[in-house]
Design a protein around this ligand. Structure first.
Ligand code: HEM
Length: 138
C-alpha cells in the first residue's frame, strides 16, 4: 500500500506559511480588536479609535501580503485542477474582494450603525475566505 501523506517541500512550506501568517493577522486581528472594543471604551471613549488606527497599518500590510502570496499560490495551481477547485477559487476571489472593500468602507463610515454593519461584513467574509482557503489546500 502506498502512503500518500507527505511533507510540503521547503519552498511550498514558506509560501503557505507566509499566506497563513497574513490570514492570522487579517482575520484574527479583526476579531481580537472587536472583542477589545467594549473594554477599551471603558478606559477612554477615544481608545477604540486609537487602537483601530494602530491595527489599520498591520491589517492592510497583512491583506497586501495575502494578495501577493495568493498570486504565488495561484501560480502553483495545476492547469488540470478540477472544476470544483476552480469554482471554489473563483468564489474565494469574490469573497476576498468583498472583505477588502467592506474593511475599507468600515474605516470610512461615519455613523455607528454603518461602522458596525461594514465591520461585521468584513470580519465574516474574512472568516469565509479563510475557510475556502483551507478547502483549496485540501
Ligand atoms: C487575492 C487573494 C488570495 C488568493 C489569490 C488566494 C489563493 C489561495 C490558494 C490558491 C490557496 C491554495 C494553496 C495551495 O494549496 O497550495 C490558498 C490557501 C489558503 N488561503 Fe488564500 N488566497 C487569497 C487570499 C486569502 C485571504 C484574504 C485569506 C484569509 C482571510 C486566505 C486564507 C487562506 C488559507 C487559510 C489557506 C490554506 C493554506 C494551507 O494551510 O494550506 N487567503 N489561497
Amino acid at each position: 500500500m502506498t502512503n500518500s501523506v507527505h511533507l510540503a517541500s521547503a519552498i511550498d512550506s514558506i509560501r503557505l506559511s507566509l499566506h497563513v501568517f497574513g490570514a492570522c493577522i487579517w482575520v484574527g486581528g479583526q476579531f481580537t480588536l472587536a472583542a477589545l472594543v467594549p473594554l477599551l471604551r471603558k478606559v477612554s471613549p477615544d481608545a477604540p479609535k486609537a487602537a483601530a488606527r494602530g491595527f489599520n497599518k498591520v491589517g492592510w500590510a497583512a491583506f497586501a501580503a495575502l494578495v501577493i502570496t495568493g498570486a504565488w499560490n495561484m501560480s502553483k495551481v495545476p492547469s488540470d485542477a478540477s472544476a470544483g477547485y476552480q469554482r471554489v477559487l473563483g468564489a474565494k476571489m469574490m469573497i476576498v474582494l468583498l472583505s477588502g472593500v467592506a474593511a475599507f468602507v468600515h474605516t470610512r463610515a461615519k455613523t455607528s450603525k454603518s461602522i458596525a454593519i461594514w465591520g461585521s461584513i468584513s470580519g465574516l467574509t474574512a472568516l469565509l475566505a479563510m475557510y475556502l482557503g483551507v478547502l483549496l489546500a485540501g
